[in-house]
Design a protein around this ligand. Structure first.
Ligand code: PMV
Length: 309
């Protein structure tokens, strides 16, 4: 029996603009995780998938073509080539809320790849894991930038430019984030498509806004490396202002960001595709109880506290 885990993630700066080649910054969130167990099954059983959270058990050979779990398993086995006629049980659990911008899909895929590789005694590089998961991300998201699979495979603070650069960087002074659930699903694929249509209609304006978001992400990375926590917060509010201008915020997210500001958060913004999902707020030890209370008063359905280090 082999067990593997993968964390969730939040995007600190640059979502959406990252799809258009601008830089973004993301960090892993280890308070939530996906877990995958691979076990040998009795001979002749084939591969069975147990998706515990969905209450579903099914044979891989009966799964629809676009089933992300089977797709990931098949793709990984193709790379590992452990031999034909495998009899396996693959059990999947996750504590990462689904469709909340926390990378639940990428984390489940990553844990599947890691568990299978380990089960067959093969060592896959982080880059190979990330590449495999990217293929499944296309099913979930259509045209993903690749930031989710990369930050989750590397499990480190990441500066990311699509198709180009991937740099792990260090956090000079740890800082505390509240990850606050609106209770509303964020449908990444639909929102990314909406943004693309808007970009097609108003190319110049969107390009300018994406440039500004890219500059914010660039400055955000520098502030994190310099340990300038107030600047990180200021840039988060600035990123949120720009995200509102491309119409990916929502009344629920705006209310949470507003409450965070009133509660004394140094910064706050939506994280991920938006229109729902999570907001994140940068808080100090002295302010997090107050900020958390204010955000709950403004409709927060759940709060995760994490330290970025
Ligand atoms: O998967 P989410 O909801 O965290 O969103 C991904 C971030 C986007 O920039 C909106 C899309 C992408 O592929 O990078």
């Amino acid at each position: 029996m082999t067990v593997a885990y993968a964390p969730g993630k939040v995007i600190l700066f640059g979502e959406h603009a990252v799809v258009y080649g601008r830089p973004a910054v993301a960090v892993p969130v280890t308070q939530v995780k996906a877990r995958v167990i691979v076990e040998d099954a009795p001979k002749g059983c084939g591969i069975t998938i147990v998706a515990s959270d969905l209450g579903k058990t099914y044979r891989l050979k009966d799964a629809p073509l676009q089933d992300p779990l089977s797709f990931t398993i098949l793709n990984t086995l193709e790379l590992l080539s452990p031999g034909p006629d495998l009899d396996l049980k693959v059990t999947i659990n996750s504590t990462i809320p689904i469709a909340r911008g926390l990378g639940s899909g990428a984390a489940v895929s990553t844990a599947i790849v890691k568990a299978l590789a380990e089960h067959f005694g093969k060592n896959l590089s982080k880059s190979a894991i990330s590449d495999l998961v990217y293929e499944t991300e296309k099913i979930h998201h259509g045209t993903p930038s690749g930031i989710d699979n990369t930050v989750i495979a590397y499990e480190a603070p990441l500066y990311f430019v699509k198709g180009k650069k991937m740099e792990i960087f260090s956090v000079k002074r740890p800082f505390i984030l509240l990850i606050v659930d609106t209770g509303v699903k964020s449908h990444t694929k639909i929102i990314v498509e909406d943004v693309r249509r808007a970009w097609e209609r108003e190319r110049e304006r969107y390009e300018r806004l994406f440039d500004e978001m890219g500059a914010v992400a660039e400055a955000g990375r520098r502030a994190i490396e310099d340990g300038d926590i107030e600047e990180i917060g200021r840039l988060m509010y600035e990123n949120q202002r720009l995200l509102k201008l491309i119409d990916v915020s929502s009344p629920e997210l705006d209310a949470l960001v507003d409450a965070a500001r009133r509660g004394g958060a140094l910064g706050a913004k939506l994280s991920g595709a938006g229109r729902g999902g999570n907001a994140i707020a940068l808080v100090m030890k002295e302010t997090y109880t107050r900020v958390s209370k204010m955000m709950k008063g403004a409709g927060a359905r759940g709060v995760i506290i994490t330290e970025v280090r």
